[in-house]
Design a protein around this ligand. Structure first.
Ligand code: GRF
Length: 217
């Protein structure tokens, strides 16, 4: 069973969708720890309730990004993970840290990358007037929100949407997409060809996600 460490900074709803998928038996992996840079991240309590080991590496206790990142790497490596999952982890990571986990660290970003990297993605989407928005799971590389794309899910932008309404519509898809993409990783179905992600067959998506879907027969 592949070992996953999840990094969070906040409420942890994506983390919970992953823990739910593991508990339901649809994601064959073990979440060995949930780590946060914030002691007050609400997701930590939720992980603890489910019996997952949790840890806090407080970024404020470190004078530099390098020092924080090496403490974080030390904490992660205790658990010997096959995969590091960023789930609302709100820290810019140093190149050294990113390269240490090259090919085995993924992130979910609430936009259809390469559109709208960075913060306030729903506000950016509304300001741009796009009719389609969504979320992206990607490998993490040193350039923020730019790594090879593993999976995306799209939602419509509806007249009258505000940031909260749009964020909520995207979040529903995030909770479906992330466990699915992680399943592809733990099933060793992802490979990188010329810097792009290739998914080994079958290219099925769970009901509710964007096509392609498998024939129902
Ligand atoms: C999600 O929208 C995720 O895409 C982004 O940060 C948010 C985290 O939410 N990276 P949660 O903590 O998983 O609820």
């Amino acid at each position: 069973m592949k070992r996953i460490v999840i990094l969070i900074s906040g409420r942890g709803s994506n983390m919970l969708s992953i823990l739910d998928a593991v508990a339901a038996g649809v994601l064959p992996a073990t979440v060995v720890a949930v780590l946060s840079n914030r002691l007050d991240a609400p997701g930590l309590a939720a992980a603890r309730v489910r019996g997952i080991p949790v840890g806090v590496i407080d970024h404020r206790a470190h004078a530099s990004r390098e020092s924080f990142d090496s403490a974080l790497a030390e904490a992660i490596d205790v658990y010997s993970p096959d995969l590091v999952v960023l789930a609302g982890f709100m820290r810019i990571l140093t190149d050294d840290f990113v390269l240490r986990y090259a090919g085995r660290m993924i992130n979910i970003h609430p936009s259809l990358l390469p559109l709208f990297p960075g913060l306030h993605t729903h506000r950016q989407a509304l300001a741009a007037g796009v009719r389609v928005h969504g979320c992206t799971v990607h490998f993490v590389t040193p350039t923020l929100d730019h790594g090879p794309i593993i999976a995306q899910a799209a939602v419509p932008v509806v007249d009258g949407d505000d940031e909260a309404a749009l964020a909520a519509r995207v979040l529903v898809q995030e909770h479906l997409l992330y466990p699915e993409a992680i399943r592809w990783f733990v099933e060793d179905r992802l490979s990188l060809v010329n810097g792009r992600v290739r998914l080994a067959a079958p290219q099925c998506l769970s009901p509710g996600l964007v096509s392609p879907t498998c024939p129902s027969s």
